[in-house]
Ligand binder design. Sequence first.
Ligand SMILES: Nc1nc2c(ncn2[C@@H]2O[C@H](COP(=O)(O)OP(=O)(O)OP(=O)(O)O)[C@@H](O)[C@H]2O)c(=O)[nH]1
Ligand SMILES: [Mg+2]
Length: 500
Amino acid sequence: MKTLLAQVPVPPVQDVQSGDGGLVGTVVAIVLAVAVVVLMVLALRRVMKRRGPAAPPKLPGQTLQQTIPEKVEAPKVVLPPSELEAQKQAQAEAKRAEADAAKAKLAELEAQKAQAEAAQRAAIEAEQQKLRDEAEAAKKEAYRAQKAAEAEAKERHKREREEAERLLREEEARKVAEAARLEAERKEAERRKIEAEAGQTLAVGLAKTKREGFMARLNGLFGGAPKAIDEHTLAELEEVLFTADIGVKTASRLVELAREKAKAKELDQPEKLKAVIRAEVQKIVDLKAPHGLQGGGPPHVIMVVGVNGAGKTTTIGKLAAKAKAAGKKVLLGAGDTFRAAAAEQLDVWAERAGVDIVKGKEDADPASVVFDAVKKGVAEGYDLVIADTAGRLHTKANLMEELKKVRRVVDKALPGAPHEVLLVLDSTNGQNAIIQAKQFQEAVGVTSIALTKLDGTAKGGVIIGICDELKVPVAWAGVGEKVADLRPFEPKEFVQALFD
Ligand SMILES: Nc1nc2c(ncn2[C@@H]2O[C@H](COP(=O)(O)OP(=O)(O)OP(=O)(O)O)[C@@H](O)[C@H]2O)c(=O)[nH]1
Ligand SMILES: [Mg+2]
């Protein structure tokens, strides 16, 4: 112990008397001494610990050394911090402050981060909410749209049903109308047929000729009491026939025949003379005439010619009506372009008869109109094409040239056509009709004749002259203005109408 104490440096105790400096030095010395003591105690305790377990408590009689308690309270020594310590302390403070600042900054950043995250979360949540709302709204909208679409589809199905029902009703109405139309057509056809078959008979048409014409005089000659046919009677016969409308040639032929028979004593009474004349007339008019309005083509093409006013357009209208009533598909060609009214007149007939028509402009080339009509007739399957032509041009020569041209052009449109060239003659013209017939015959080759207006004349005998001189059959006899008044000319009927 002594050695340890000896080792503790004891600062020199300064003289207290030496003023302030001396007092400080004393205090320092005391402090240092205390510190030395403390250190010594601590050193002692360390030594004791190294020596082994603590010695048993001190019993009475032990030494002073032995009574000192093991644990000695160390005196409190407070040393002023050294400059370094203060410095370090300050440093530590600064660093702590730095750390605190960093921590604060960190906390601030944490807060900012939290704030930012909160804001972002809020924004996302808001966005999510918005999307949820939108999805909800869209879902509702989709539901509403679906419902609307279903309602619309329902409405559409309703409309479809209504439309189908309407179409069905329409179809049924159409069928009913079609049936009614067919029935009306059938009735109309029947009416036309009846009308075509009715009308005035040839006998009625020839009544005037029989009553007032040469036949009246001939019948007067043939009647009366039986007597021998003498020269006087033959002279009378000659006079009647030559003043009739049968033409000189035919009259001469009949007188010659009667004279021969008289010479042969075959005519012992007027009745026999009548029979001879009757038989001869029958022979003259008995030419085979086409009444069928068919045979060529198809279509069967009839070119109608004749002077103006003869009755061409009227006859065409009547023929069209007859053919239509017989179930034919008929087309008219308005080849009379000389005057506008001609086409209009034919149009009226076409409409009345229920047939089609091809018209050209006024002053158009007649041949081109007829050409078009025939071409259409071929292309569209018509049974019959009837072409009207002009009865008058600026000069007669022109008319014939024009008709020849029409004929040629028709042949171009349909080789072999026209199948008939029908000459329409006005019987009131008497013998002039025969002259006209010859001219037309030479120009365009007439195949048959329609003799019109027999009802209004006493000159029906002209038929005999025409047949005799031209050897062209009379196919039709016009005995009035109605459709049915165009009669197929029957030689037997004609002879009966005149002589019986
Ligand atoms: N009474 C009677 N009149 C007839 C007959 N045929 C025609 N007519 C009349 O005769 C007139 C002339 O007949 P249209 O058919 O125009 O004579 P068209 O030959 O065509 O005359 P254009 O066109 O001038 O060349 C008309 O008023 C007809 O009604 C008939 O058979 N009897
Ligand atoms: Mg005419």
